[in-house]
Design a protein around this ligand. Structure first.
Ligand SMILES: [Cu+2]
Length: 292
């Protein structure tokens, strides 16, 4: 297979490998999850190039300051089809951050999603407290629920926002930032929480590489679409248990129920809702259960 054929296969979004995470998949790993909406012919949709983020100002440390708001939005990935996404600044992929070796940047992320998030800069040489350890949750802004039930461990919780300090003391590289929350990295990235972060340096400048309009960031990922245009994530419908809707902007967080009190013969007498952290599109999840 030549390179064009390989890219066409990946870019066509027709075949998706089932991803691990969020419980057992309905099928099995490696099974094709075909889209339920018609897909465009290969090479008929212009390559979307995410905007380059502009600094919001200067951080008190002197570093360039960027602000990104994570929110629910709709994207037109397939022509004429609206797809709900969890997006950095509401877009998929998120804005590209351009940095230069030796110039630190600070990225302040605000979480306006209905679920906690964690941001990790993949490939970044990052201090631990900015690196996005999976339990260093940024809780949804204004959300007072207890999200600390994961794994009996609690990380460094932040309410609504967190600053990530990137010293940018590393060679030129194309990095990417993405959600990194314990147990939910797969579905959160699938739903849109990813973006590019480019580091440049003098060594790269000296190479005869394409520049300006001829330098295109290329990010290859596969997605399957449900018949209503939403992303179809290959996960069990049982994972979220009985969902007790907490509707936020057309999405809801899911709740699993666990038994907190048992009576005779071990029968459960009291079920306690526990937030699992899934975010489900309500368009797909009317009824008593939700997929995550
Ligand atoms: Cu990563």
């Amino acid at each position: 297979m030549n390179r064009r054929g390989f890219l066409g296969l990946l870019g066509g979004a027709a075949a998706v490998t089932a991803l691990a995470g969020c419980g057992a998949a309905r099928g099995s790993t490696g099974e094709e999850l075909a889209s339920r909406v018609p897909l465009p012919q290969p090479y008929r949709v212009p390559l979307p190039v995410p905007p380059v983020a502009r600094p919001a100002g200067v951080h008190p440390s002197g570093a360039e300051l960027y602000r990104i708001t994570q929110r629910v939005a709709e994207a037109e990935i397939l022509p004429g089809v609206r797809t709900p996404v969890l997006g950095y600044d509401g877009i998929f992929p998120g804005p590209t951050i351009e940095t230069r070796r030796g110039r630190p940047v600070v990225v302040r992320h605000r979480n306006e999603l209905p679920v906690p998030t964690v941001v990790h800069l993949h490939g970044g040489h990052t201090p631990a407290d900015s690196d996005g350890w999976p339990l260093d949750l940024v809780l949804p802004a204004g959300d007072s629920r207890d999200w600390t039930g994961h794994h009996g461990m609690t990380g460094d919780l932040a309410a609504g926002e967190r600053e990530h300090v990137y010293p940018t003391d590393q060679r030129a590289a194309t990095l990417w930032y993405h959600d990194h929350r314990m147990d939910f990295t797969g579905p959160a990235v699938y739903r849109g929480l990813l973006g590019l972060h480019v580091v440049r340096d003098d060594e790269e400048d000296a190479l005869p590489l394409p520049r300006g309009d001829r330098e295109l960031p290329l990010l290859i990922c596969d997605r399957s679409f449900a018949d209503d245009g939403s992303f179809a994530y290959p996960a069990s419908t049982r994972e979220c248990g009985r969902s007790r809707a907490s509707r936020t902007s057309g999405w809801r967080a899911c709740w699993a129920t666990s038994c907190s009190s048992t009576g005779r013969r071990g029968r459960c007498t009291r079920w306690t809702p526990r937030a699992t952290g899934c975010a489900c599109s309500t368009r797909r999840t009317r009824g008593s259960t939700s997929s995550c």
